[in-house]
Design a binder for this molecule. Structure first.
Ligand code: NCD
Ligand code: ZN
Length: 345
């Protein structure tokens, strides 16, 4: 017998780029339709570096929500070389910050203001360790001499391993894990580490980006890796293990900026996120672990309550738009414009 529908507690998205202004207005309804809460990435221009900026951004998000939406943005501090440990602690105790994000400077979109040397933020990391504030990491080295497909694995060895040794009490989320090495690293540190896994990294590999020609809408960072890594991510995500949970890394960019001589990194996956994830769990024969990945493991790691209410997904063909309009521009939807095997009821 096959399972034709699945009902789970309302899920959360532990990694979202909402942007701001007209873009946020256009993309936020797609995230709020599927998720009860989301970790809001702080890589705006300028980045969200102070608790005052985070409060103002949180207010703008709440004001942009569709009427009747029940959605809670969880704010994250963008760490810089000069982040003040006292502001971190104050914002955390006041309930403004849920976590802080380490972007190695230059690693990805709007990361040029990030951290140039982890040694410079030692006092911040020590304080976070003391107060139990989570550290979220974009785990790629930025050395242009390192092959782009190796940047995550090299980061684990040269940056993350020493960081974990120096701060054994720090609770860390390795964001958007893309390699077998990342899965192994997180498992080896399971007491105090977790990883988010995106829908797209479960369904594309690096060859997909060049299928029949170059496909800019499949380009994101960290870039998709070889097939063996995709398979390792699928096993980890669907395993039910507490240290792997849902984070879409939905990262909208205007189509014209991705379809360019030097195109932006990021996939807009919000409209098809749950449909993609549940299909993967179905294909792996692991629907029984879907609720843990989507709705339970994340809150447990962050020390938050699970959501009340449920959402139902059915094995029934569905459809997401090919693109979403933002004023006079468009944003292309990952998996949009074609039938999906599952839909949100
Ligand atoms: C993200 C973005 O566009 O903000 N891009 C991406 O490719 N994932 C940044 C990030 O999470 O690396
Ligand atoms: Zn991201």
């Amino acid at each position: 017998m096959t399972t034709d529908s699945i009902t789970i507690r309302r899920p959360d998205d532990w990694h979202v780029h909402l942007r701001d202004g007209a873009m946020m207005q256009a993309v936020l309804p797609w995230t709020a339709a599927q998720f009860a809460r989301a970790i809001i990435m702080p890589n705006l221009v300028p980045p969200v570096t102070t608790s005052a900026m985070a409060e103002a951004y949180r207010d703008r998000i709440r004001a942009a929500l569709p009427a009747g939406a029940d959605f809670e943005p969880l704010m994250v501090c963008y760490l810089t070389n000069t982040t003040d440990p006292d502001d971190i602690e104050r914002g955390y105790r006041e309930g403004i910050w849920v976590a802080a994000k380490l972007y190695p400077a230059g690693a990805t979109t709007n990361s040029h203001g990030g951290v140039t040397d982890i040694a410079l933020i030692r006092p911040v990391l020590e304080r976070m360790e003391q107060i139990g504030m989570k550290l979220l990491i974009h785990g790629e080295v930025t050395d242009p001499a390192v092959d782009i497909f190796d940047r995550e694995a090299v980061f684990l060895e040269t940056k993350l391993a020493p960081l974990v040794r120096a701060h054994p009490g720090l609770r860390i989320v390795l964001e958007h894990a893309t390699t077998e090495e990342a899965v192994d690293f997180v498992r080896a540190h399971r007491g105090h580490m977790a990883a988010t896994i995106t829908p797209h990294h479960l369904v594309i590999n690096r060859t997909s980006i060049f299928q029949g020609g170059i496909r800019p809408h499949l380009y994101c960072l960290p870039i998709a890796k070889r097939e063996k890594h995709r398979l390792a991510l699928r096993k980890a995500a669907t395993s039910g293990e507490a240290n792997f949970f849902l984070g879409t890394d939905t990262a909208p960019h205007y189509a014209k900026l991705k379809q360019a001589a030097c195109g932006c990194a990021g996939c807009f996956v919000a409209p098809t996120a749950l449909q993609t994830y549940v299909q993967v769990f179905d294909e792996e024969g692991a629907l029984g672990n879907f609720e843990a990945f989507a709705s339970l493991n994340g809150p447990a790691f962050y020390g938050l309550k699970v959501n009340s209410g449920t959402i139902t997904l059915a094995r029934r063909s569905g459809h997401a738009p090919e693109c979403v309009a933002v004023e006079d521009e468009t944003v292309v939807v990952f998996g949009g414009g074609v039938e999906t095997a599952w839909s949100v009821v």
